[in-house]
Write a protein that binds this ligand. Structure first.
Ligand SMILES: Cc1ncc(C[n+]2csc(CCOP(=O)(O)OP(=O)(O)O)c2C)c(N)n1
Length: 227
């Protein structure tokens, strides 16, 4: 049976797909990642958790004109599969193969080469600043995980982004409540992460505490591959 993924060589191919098609495509992408990465090695969990974000961004935006900047880059496998690299996906992290991270030489849809966590927001500010200087209008998105958001560089980026007040600069928090291991530290415990995770329906502080406790313990059993 032919797959929807067979007809997706570029993000533009997503444009005509229905929500049901996109759901089916998400399943196919997960199957492809599991089949391939179980043979070559590579990252599972960050990618299996980033399929819907990838499809949502690529079906709404106009990449590579709009810039999607993946923090770390180890969650970019779904992005690779729909940006013309599916035929080389089986070579990921192999000698002479494609990278396990974003790489500009591989695709016009990759904009930075990272591996270190926390760099995406500052990079996105740079792209937004360059755009504004030349009078462009494209959207710039930094996609950053909750683990990487606790890094000093990400904090500096947020500080700078708020100060720079760039239009059309989005910081998308990919919050799976897990870093390379369970998140630790005061920022994770007490600042933005807890606030962001509190369901808006939890009006009272006691109920809010219960909601957070539930969501933390629910993810404690998640698995995460090494970065
Ligand atoms: C500066 C830096 N420190 C440590 C690491 C090791 N490392 C790789 S991935 C990762 C955590 C990623 O978690 P998160 O940002 O939440 O993204 P997710 O994998 O959950 O999508 C860490 C700490 C790194 N890549 N860079």
């Amino acid at each position: 049976m032919s797959k929807i993924l067979d007809g997706v060589n570029d993000p533009a191919d997503l444009k005509g797909l229905s929500i049901a098609d996109l759901n089916q495509l998400a399943t196919e992408i997960r199957e492809e990642i599991i089949d391939s990465i179980s043979k070559t090695g590579g990252h599972f969990a960050p990618n299996l958790g980033a399929v819907e974000i990838t499809l949502a961004l690529h079906s709404m935006l106009d990449s590579p004109r709009d810039k999607i900047i993946w923090d770390v880059g180890h969650q970019s496998y779904p992005h690779k599969l729909i940006t013309g690299r599916r035929h080389r996906f089986h070579t990921i992290k192999q000698l002479g193969g494609i990278s396990g991270y974003c790489k500009r030489a591989e695709s016009p849809h990759d904009h930075i080469e990272a591996g270190h966590g926390g760099t995406s927001i500052s990079a996105a500010i740079g792209y937004a600043r360059a755009r504004d200087l030349r009078g462009g209008s494209e959207t710039v998105v930094a996609v950053i995980g909750d683990g990487s958001l606790t890094t000093g560089l990400a904090q500096e980026g947020l500080n700078n982004a708020g100060h720079a007040k760039k239009s059309n600069l989005i910081v998308l928090l990919n919050d799976n409540q897990m870093s390379i291991a369970p998140n630790v530290g005061a920022l994770n415990e007490h600042a933005f992460n807890k606030a962001a995770r509190s369901p808006t329906t939890c009006g009272r502080s006691a109920r809010r505490r219960r909601c957070c406790t539930t969501s933390h313990s629910a993810t404690a059993s998640s698995t995460r591959s090494a970065g």
